[in-house]
Design a protein around this ligand. Structure first.
Ligand SMILES: *Cc1c(COP(=O)(O)O)cnc(C)c1O
Length: 415
């Protein structure tokens, strides 16, 4: 575990978080390199000898250092924009290990992805297939494609992060996919490589994944009958993590279950795209208690971090554990609402937490490595925070805190 107490002080690996705020200020995101590596490797090793590629979903945490750490241990990447593609390349990742997902790929993005040679485009509509075909033709290349099918299974997760139901905007209906594959098969500029699906995020049971896989395998068989050969199955990301003590998926069981279904079809390569499960519990958000304020019904700890830094609580009503960084400190015991400085009632990081607090204390908002910094904004003209990577007893700034000048560096006064 990357984050644990030592002498009552919360540490990231062997580094006290108190030392990190001294060096880098507050608020900050702190990541554990060892946790990131171990989490990715757990997926990778679970496959054993079965052909596979674990493509880290960049959107969960796109910091260059995070991508760099993963590239060094051989990760593939799931990208959803040209920005993510360029990040991966900058961080030493390989284009031929990138799968390109996303519902609205633009011509510029498609052209660039073809030029650098991504492994596969995950196609989300008939129009996108046409667009990719014509761009591939115009530059004399063949585009490798999978169709992202919508298997219409309930991932049993938050509605904002469920993607595999008919009412969601993602993918194409599985019955429609056959026609698209035939079209792709007949095109000189497209080469069919796989079938893709991604049913949602923060999924804590294996069964929705297996339900989706069953539907994918039916399509696989249908394609085989038509002599359309598929070299990989991409089962997307979505493996959930422990935020609040919930039961989560055992990775080895999950992979074993997939392999035993797919194995019956032969040695077909399996791609998975975990994001949250690689980085979520490998990062924390550290914030300082600026003010304590109690009224007749509520106790508020007003901190220097806010919804613009960590949106998940406001956006999805997500729960993050909150720990005091220094347990030696003696404070006021209460049920605190941890709220930020932003002028929105929805600006909270946590509610009703039993903590002993004093002004000046530091709090660690746990499990903040995924969909944390990456969803941050400058709302209320707040500068985006610094990010720090810890490895053993060393630490390194991996993104500078923005300055106030940075906030309007690309703006102009009226002419
Ligand atoms: C978001 C996303 C992922 C990663 O999801 P996690 O829940 O973070 O594992 C993988 N694939 C696609 C297509 C996505 O949109």
């Amino acid at each position: 575990m990357g984050f644990s107490y030592n002498n009552q002080i919360l540490h990231a690996e062997s580094v006290a978080l108190t030392d990190l705020v001294e060096s880098y200020g507050s608020p900050i995101y702190v990541y554990s390199r060892t946790d990131i590596e171990n989490n990715w490797q757990e997926f990778d090793q679970a496959f054993g000898l079965h052909p596979h590629l674990v493509c880290y979903a960049v959107k969960a945490n796109p910091n260059l250092a995070v991508l760099n750490v993963l590239a060094k241990i051989g990760a593939g990447f799931d990208i959803v924009s040209i920005g993510e593609l360029e990040r991966v390349l900058e961080a030493g990742g390989e284009a031929h290990k990138c799968v390109f997902s996303g519902v609205a790929k633009t011509a510029v993005e498609i052209r660039r992805a073809l030029e650098v040679g991504v492994r596969c485009f995950n196609i989300e509509s008939a129009s996108e297939l046409n667009k990719i075909e014509s761009i591939a033709q115009s530059i004399g290349k063949q585009a490798p494609i999978s169709i992202r099918v919508n298997p219409d299974v309930d991932a049993k997760t938050h509605p904002y992060i469920s993607t595999g139901l008919k009412e969601n905007k993602f993918g194409v209906d599985i019955d429609e996919a056959l026609g698209l594959y035939q079209k792709a098969q007949d095109s000189k500029y497209l080469s069919v490589c796989g079938i893709d699906c991604h049913i949602g995020s923060q999924i804590t049971e294996v069964s929705p994944f297996l339900d989706a896989l069953d539907k994918v395998l039916i399509l696989f068989e249908q394609l085989k009958k038509q002599d359309i050969s598929i070299s990989h199955l991409d089962l997307g990301g979505g493996v959930g993590i422990d935020y609040a003590g919930e039961q989560t998926i055992d990775i080895q069981n999950y992979i074993n279950a997939i392999i035993s279904k797919v194995g019956a079809m032969g040695e077909i390569e399996i791609i998975i795209e975990p994001g949250r499960a690689v980085v979520g519990n490998a990062g924390v958000f550290i914030t300082k208690v600026e003010y304590l304020k109690q009224n007749s019904t509520h106790a508020f700890a007003i901190v220097d971090g806010a919804m613009n830094d960590l949106l998940r609580p406001s956006f999805y009503n997500a729960y993050h554990r909150v720990l005091t960084v220094d347990k030696n400190a003696i404070g006021i015991q209460s049920k605190w609402d941890i709220v930020g400085p932003v002028c929105e009632t929805g600006d909270f990081l946590a509610k009703g937490r039993n903590l002993s607090l004093t002004e000046g204390d530091y709090l660690a908002v746990m499990s903040a490595g995924a969909y944390g910094f990456t969803m941050s904004s400058n709302y209320n003209s707040r500068t985006r925070v610094a990010e720090v990577m810890v490895s053993g007893n060393t630490h390194q700034l991996v993104r500078e805190r923005e300055s106030v000048q940075d906030l309007f560096a690309k703006e102009y006064l009226i002419k």
